[in-house]
Design a protein around this ligand. Structure first.
Ligand SMILES: [Fe+2]
Length: 217
């Protein structure tokens, strides 16, 4: 089985990710080249700092999935859901069940545990995106342990690992997923592939988490 990227912004004309069809294709090509066979596109939803043209999502996904298939890549549609003070109404999970969730970098959201509980109750597997970016959060925070026990999976970004910002998270053993959060960079796939080789435990967790997609899809 090839590698999987579960956090990317590669649909053109949708969010702050790739800006053209050509850019989308060259980044997808870079994933194939680096040994990936599955890529999940996760356009921002409800992020107050990013405007997302939701009307374009399905159309662009359809186009990109066909192009990806020609390269031997399977493309999945998901989303990156911002949880702030309002509980998001619409969830676009990938592989029918994974909800990628992002939070404010500087302010600890109230009721986070409650929101996660609701999502989990509704049958979603919550993946908390780029945990290393939240200034108010650390592996020692009792909330981290609490939501981890609830069943929330923790993801860190390639750039967070490279800068050292994610080191305390990696060392804590709490990271389940490393992802590119790729906004259109052809260098990210190879970097992610290298990190997945460097951290075989995390790679193994990812393989067991995302393995039975075929049966469920
Ligand atoms: Fe993202």
């Amino acid at each position: 089985m090839g590698l999987i990227e579960i956090h990317s912004h590669l649909l053109p004309f949708v969010d702050d990710g790739v800006q053209s069809k050509e850019q989308c294709l060259s980044v997808l090509g870079a994933y194939k080249q680096a040994g990936f066979d599955r890529v999940v596109v996760t356009p921002h939803l409800y992020n107050p700092y990013v405007s997302t043209r939701t009307a374009n999502i399905r159309l662009m996904y359809q186009w990109a999935a066909e192009e990806a298939a020609k390269m031997g890549l399977k493309l999945f549609l998901g989303s990156e859901i911002f949880i702030g003070s309002i509980h998001p109404e619409h969830i676009l999970p990938f592989m029918s069940r994974f909800a990628l969730v992002e939070l404010d970098y500087y302010t600890k959201p109230l009721f986070l545990e409650h929101y996660n509980y609701i999502l989990l109750k509704r049958g979603y597997h919550v993946i908390l995106a780029h945990v290393e970016r939240y200034q108010w959060f650390s592996p020692k925070d009792p909330l981290a342990k609490k939501i981890k026990e609830l069943g929330v999976h923790f993801q860190c970004n390639v750039d967070g690992v490279e800068s050292g910002a994610a080191a305390k998270w990696i060392n804590s053993g709490m990271i389940d997923v490393i992802a590119g959060d790729n906004h259109g960079n052809t260098g990210v796939p190879e970097k992610l592939a290298t990190l997945l080789r460097r951290y075989p435990d995390i790679s193994a967790k990812m393989n067991s988490l995302f393995i039975d997609d075929e049966r469920i899809q």
